[in-house]
Each structure stands twice: as structure tokens, then as C-alpha cells.
Design a protein around this ligand. Sequence first.
Ligand code: PLP
Length: 408
Amino acid sequence: MKRTIDDIRGDFPILNRECRGKPLVYLDNAATTQLPLCVAERIADYYAHSCANVHRGAHLLSEEATDQLERVRGQTARFLNAESEREIIFTSGATGGINLLAASLGRAGLANGANIVVTEMEHHSNFVPWQQLCHDRGLAFRVVPITESGELDREALVRLVDENTALLALTAVSNVLGTVNPVGQIVSAAHAKGVPVLIDASQTTRAGRLDVRALNCDFLCFSAHKMLGPNGVGVLYGKEAMLEKLPPSAYGGGMIDSVTAGETRFAELPAKFEPGTPNISGILGFGASLDYLQELGIDEIAARERMLLDRAEDSLRAMDGIRVFGSPPERRGCLSFAVEGLHSFDTAALLDRLGIAVRAGHHCAQPLMDALGVSGTVRMSPAFYNTEEEIDRFCASLVRIAEMRRSL
Ligand code: PLP
């Protein structure tokens, strides 16, 4: 990276605070990343200098806010290498985007005998909306299992996706195991059967460059708050031709062309899918986070995060009394483990006492927990602003916890 880590950490004041009397080690980045000051400043700047509603105002402030918001749409399209800004829909997050698509597909009508395919490693956000849609419409809901090593069972995937599949919805990276799924290959195989694919990219926005044209996916979603942006903002990308065919998922102001008592004509893309006042300040903050990530370099960020994760995995695997879940050939973003004989919440609570923030529990992935045969795991997830020393402190703390457990 062009800047030193100390310099970069200076952009994130929270990283210098203490927790429980110890310097904070924040290793819960798969849940939410920290915001650099420039993102918070961008949000404050909107409220301080150009706060107004977008798209409808007939005055300068509204024009300015609209221009700024639409600039972020353009920036997002370039970030994803989308063909057009019309393919970028701002949502409240990955969950919002997936529910939007599920509602729209449901409204579009799905053929009798159709099925929807998800995987066992999905976050509930990319599982429950499809399960419920299938229940409501009497469709078959199919779940691709995982293998011992925590990868997708590719044979089952080939078997379960067929010409009656209305959608294959899968994550690019597991939010529990860090498994990287070969989504490019999976999209090609699905398309060979005429099946559209939604990629949940929530855990992969910092893991390398996203290129929807290279992936050739039909839909893709993510949240800003896992990529240094604010909460409550996300993106649903859809190929223009697919979005054109779909009806709106929700109604309101801003998404219409004309309304009479007898009929409503809907606006063009992307407004058709964006009813109501969007999270304007959040979208502008998201734009600032994209600038920040791109200035540091996504490839450099991805390489550093990989190095930190590998360092943690190597240490954990060498420890007595620690079980690391899964052994996929490619792992990104996070690692799940258990201290033998300790509940995941107890391990996380002990780490918290030492100032180390990790996540414990089912990680909104209960079907995956069932497949692993556990009620929960402990998950550590570094970001580029973490240091090697922090990883070592986390590992040393785990050694202490495992020893303490053994001595009981
Ligand atoms: N999908 C994955 C893979 C996730 O990891 C998460 C959040 O942890 C989500 C979806 C949901 O994201 P959000 O709560 O921001 O909508």
C-alpha cells in the first residue's frame, strides 16, 4: 500500500480507543467495518451544506443533492464495471436488495413447477426471502449442501439447478467459513440451463475487484457498511434487460411517471425500484467510502487482508484445543473456530475482556450451523487496517483461553 498502516489507522480514530481497559483489537469486520473520518465528514457535509430532497426539488439545494447522489450512482456503476447507471439500484443494504428482488419476482409471477435454488452456506438474508417466496407460491425450495471441507457440493449444485429453476441465489464468500465460491463458473453453468443468478457479494467487496460483466451475473447485491460506508445503504445491481422485465417491488413517490385514479405508469430504471426518499446522506457517505477504498487500491487491500487472515489461520491450526471450521482451497475475510469445551459466547466474552472484538453464535447462518453440527462458532474477521501485532495478540489470547479451559 502507498501509505503506512500507522498513517491509515489515523483515519479511523475508533481503532485507538480502549475497550475494557485494553487497546481495542477490532476483528469483527465481516459484521461491520469502521468508517474513515472522510466518510463521516461527507455525511456531515451534506447535512451542513446541501441538505435537501433529491429528484423532485425546484431549487438549487435539491439540484446539488440530486447531482451528488447521481454521481455516486455513476461511481458505483464504474466500481462494478456495470454497463449502465440504470443497472444500479440503491437499497437499504444487501437484505433490502434481496427482498426487493424476491418481491419483484413474486409479483412477476413464477411458473407452476418452478424452483429456486440457494445454498447451505447462505446468510439468512439470502435464504429466508427465497424460502418464504417458495412457500407463498408453492414452488420447490432447493438447498445445495456443503462438503466436509466447507465448499459447495458442485455435483449437487449441477443436479439441483435445472431448466425449471427460476433463480439461483448464492454468496460469493461465506460469512462464516470464508469459503470463496467459484461464482464465475457457477454463473456459466447456470446460464447454460437458462437460469438467472443472484450473487450476494456482501463479503467480497474488499476481497478483490468486482466486475459484473466478467462474472456475467444477472443480479448482485452488497451493503456499504462492510466496505467502510455507513449503515442502511446498499446496492442491488441488475442487468438492464432483466430489470426492465421486472415489476416494481414497492410503490410510492419518485417511482412513477404518471398517476391517475385509474392507472399508474412507472418511471424508467432505476427510479422504478426506488420509491420514497432514499438514504441521501448515506449514499453520499458510501461514495466517499468508494473513493477511499479505490485510493488505497482494492488489490492492495485484498492482499493485506489475505495476509492477516493466513497469519491467523496458521497460528490457530498450530494451537492445541482449537478447531478451525472448514478447509476450503481459498478463504477470504473471516475464519470460524471453536475452543474445545467452551461455548462460542464464552470464548467471545473472554476475548472481549481482553479488548478483542470478535463475533460468536450462528452468524445468521443456522442451516450452515446444522451442517457443521454446532450451535455456533467464534468468527474473527480482519480488515486491512488491522496490524500483524493485533493478530498475534488475538492468537496469544486464544492460547491463554484454551490453556485455561484445559486446566479446569
Ligand atoms: N449476506 C451476507 C453474506 C452477509 O454477511 C450479510 C451480513 O452479515 C448480509 C447478507 C446482510 O447484510 P445487511 O445486514 O447489511 O443487509
